[in-house]
Design a protein around this ligand. Structure first.
Ligand code: PLP
Ligand code: COI
Length: 356
């Protein structure tokens, strides 16, 4: 379906629930806005999209997504800027990644313009849910899942593409503590690590739970072969700073999710003349730098987590403390600058914010 065919039917709610939201006590992803988007795939094509009141969906017990995990998702955010405009951060990048994930999982992709328009329309309908509170935004969750009613294993012939949105505040309420994982694996070469496939997240729960029992928030994943090279951390990409340079694992392999937040951070830093190295990053190099005090900074980058500065890196029995946050000039500047672009406080020279 091309964008010129795109007109979604809208069934509005009788009464909005936005007035009931307890903005001071929002748990991440627990409250959902008034409407949701739904589009079905059958007979070899995506059918007309609809915006409906947020509601449960009927489900057949043999629905293939439940049994075999043919399910992918995206995550992006809408902000209310200082001019009271609602903007969505880089939805074109999410659209492209959604296509890649769909292809890897044998699912019918959503064309980029259709993805952007469906996200934009849904946010427009629920724009009262985009908070102006500092640090708050509307988290947007597009997803596709297989709906064949069949316990046979093959790519499904029917799917649902849905979008739900959820008002959110900070994902991490304190500086993060992460532990380097040397046994469990998030993704192996040839696997689905680059796709935003639901199963990647289910598989990460057990290892993450082990580190949480030791007082960490998340793991730093390492390569599946030798556990010698750093890949990413939990649901964030990871960036280190040594000698003023930003160093981050390259995304050449198919084991790392190509994050939009990290890409934006690196583009900003480069535009300021900061040296950026995207390459293999060994555990040894980072531990050595942390021990001798040359690791100036480390932070996670992700849509939900935004820029999450790392306080402690756990390695085997060691807990390596990173420098105080006030010394982390570059990541503090990046954090502020990203926020300022989203809130329209400085010119969006790269065209990252899409007006609703
Ligand atoms: N890595 C993983 C595994 C993630 O789930 C996410 C979150 O989306 C990221 C990295 C960061 O990606 P992005 O910045 O596009 O949100
Ligand atoms: C995101 O940052 O969009 C994520 O995917 C994190 C989510 C799993 C909570």
């Amino acid at each position: 379906m091309s964008l010129s065919d795109t007109s979604f039917s809208i069934q509005p709610v009788q009464q909005s629930r936005v007035g009931d939201v307890d903005w001071d006590n929002l748990a991440f992803g627990k409250i959902f806005s008034d409407h949701m988007f739904l589009m079905e795939y059958s007979d070899g094509q995506w059918q007309a999209g609809e915006i409906l009141p947020f509601q449960p969906i009927p489900m057949h017990p043999a629905m293939s997504a439940i049994h075999y995990g043919q399910s992918i998702f995206e995550g992006l955010k809408a902000y209310r800027n200082d001019d009271n405009d609602t903007v969505i951060f880089r939805p074109d990048m999410n659209a492209k990644r959604f296509i890649e994930s769909a292809e890897r999982m044998c699912m019918p992709p959503i064309p980029e313009d259709l993805f952007i328009e469906s996200v934009r329309k849904l946010v427009e309908v629920d724009k009262e849910w985009v908070s102006t509170k500092p640090g708050y935004s509307l988290y947007i969750r597009p997803f596709i899942f297989a709906t064949d009613e069949l316990v046979g294993i093959k790519p499904a012939e029917t799917y649902k593409f849905m979008i739900i949105t959820s008002p959110v505040g900070m994902y991490y309420s304190e500086p993060v503590r992460v532990k380097i994982e040397e046994y469990y694996t998030r993704a192996a070469k040839g696997g689905v690590g680059r796709a935003k496939a639901a199963g990647n997240y289910g598989a990460s729960l057990y290892p993450a739970k082990q580190c949480q029992l030791e007082g960490f928030h998340q793991l730093i994943w390492t390569d599946a072969v030798e556990h010698k090279y750093i890949e990413e951390s939990g649901t964030m990409n990871i960036v280190f700073q040594i000698d003023g340079k930003l160093i981050t694992p390259s995304e050449d392999s198919d084991t790392i999710l190509r994050g939009i937040t990290k890409r934006s951070v690196l583009e900003l830093a480069k535009s300021w003349g900061v040296e950026v190295e995207e390459r293999k990053v060994s555990v040894e190099e980072i531990i050595h730098a942390a021990r001798n005090g040359t690791l100036e900074d480390a932070f996670g980058a992700g849509t939900a987590a935004t820029i999450a500065q790392i306080a402690i890196i756990g390695f085997r029995d060691e807990r390596l403390e990173l420098p105080p946050f006030e010394t982390r000039t570059l990541s503090n500047k990046i954090k502020d600058h990203m926020e300022d672009i989203k809130l329209g406080r400085i010119p969006d020279v790269n065209g990252w914010c899409f007006r609703v």
